[in-house]
Design a protein around this ligand. Structure first.
Ligand code: F6P
Length: 320
């Protein structure tokens, strides 16, 4: 292994910079040249690749976003598009690739690992926490802290005005962000794609809280179920409750990465390079029970991501 390139792809996540820093510095520590690919797979195709030194990744461990830039690039599903991108890596003599991203980025990485003799490792970077083979993805913890901060602020005003609020959080088709933020934020109800619950039950908890003198109700809604305006309209129409809503949106993707995300990024970035040095390819790294692990991309896709439904039960018992 002489030259390793790293890219960040898909939706950005706090901690991606710390990941790139770890990959670059581990490579250089081990006598390997490091290259950054700018704007994800799009930049790989367009040849936006630059050699990086230790100093190039200085002062970024604390920064949100990704200094390499990122892109959604569905065209990469086309093998002919990938051919051009692979050629760009070959021209530079790159023999190892680290892809930091979510589900779509892993699919690109898996295809590449089958089509080229450049060894490829994936690192889970997404706020959604929806990747199998790891307990946590990089960015999840920071996004949770952002959501909790928003819930606390909304609770203040909801309480003053005795209002019911629906707060819509990201997560694509996964309910992880909603479930954990709902528990940690002390919400009355959590609505996630993985657990069907009737609106009747949701409203009965709101009424219960009201009956014991609670001045506000917070309903956390995962975007994968429906939108906050839709839910609010249903509640108004069917129950005559005039709810307010807030869509947290891309605020959840930005901001200074938390200590947990910086640590996870540093450990996984280092581990990914160790695997490349050991000759591994076609694998994604992760953390399970605080141990670093790796799984074949195929196995990551075969498993179905689920939330911990015991936690859902906890949320119900605590919101009586
Ligand atoms: O995958 C991360 C994520 O933030 C999802 O939670 C959300 O559904 C999606 O990306 C938004 O994507 P975009 O920034 O392309 O609108």
């Amino acid at each position: 292994m002489k030259k390793i390139a790293v890219l960040t792809s898909g939706g950005d996540a706090p901690g991606m910079n710390a990941t790139v820093r770890a990959v670059v510095r581990t490579a250089i520590f081990n006598g390997i040249e490091a290259y950054g690919i700018f704007q994800g797979y799009k930049g790989m195709l367009e040849g936006k690749i630059k050699k990086l030194e230790c100093g190039d990744v200085g002062n970024i461990i604390n920064r949100g976003g990704t200094f390499l830039g990122s892109a959604r690039f569905p065209e990469f599903a086309n093998p002919d598009v990938r051919k051009g991108a692979i050629q760009n890596l070959k021209n530079l003599g790159i023999d190892g690739l680290v892809v930091v991203g979510g589900d779509g980025s892993y699919r690109g990485a898996m295809a590449l690992s089958r089509e080229m003799d450049i060894k490829t490792i994936g690192i889970p970077g997404t706020i959604d926490n929806d990747i199998c083979g790891t307990d946590f993805t990089i960015g999840f913890d920071t996004a949770l802290n952002t959501i909790i901060d928003a819930i606390d602020k909304i609770r203040d005003t909801a309480s003053s005005h005795e209002r019911v609020f629906v707060i819509e959080v990201m997560g694509r088709n996964a309910g992880d962000l909603a479930l954990v933020a709902g528990i940690a934020g002390g919400s009355e109800s959590i609505i996630i794609p993985e657990k069907k619950e009737s609106l009747e039950d949701v409203i009965s908890r709101v009424r219960q809280a009201e009956a014991r003198g609670k001045k506000h109700s917070i309903i956390i809604l995962a975007e994968g179920v429906m939108s906050a305006p839709e839910l609010s309209e249903m509640i108004k129409k069917d129950y005559g409750i005039n709810v307010k809503y807030a869509i947290l949106g891309h605020i959840q993707r930005g901001g200074t990465p938390s200590a947990m995300d910086r640590l996870l990024a540093s450990r996984l970035g280092n581990y990914a390079v160790q695997l490349l040095i050991a000759g591994e390819s076609g694998r994604a790294v992760g953390i399970q029970n605080n141990r670093l692990v790796s799984s074949r991309f195929e196995d990551v896709f075969e498993d179905e991501h689920t939330v911990d439904l015991d936690m859902y039960e906890v949320s119900k018992q605590l919101s009586i």
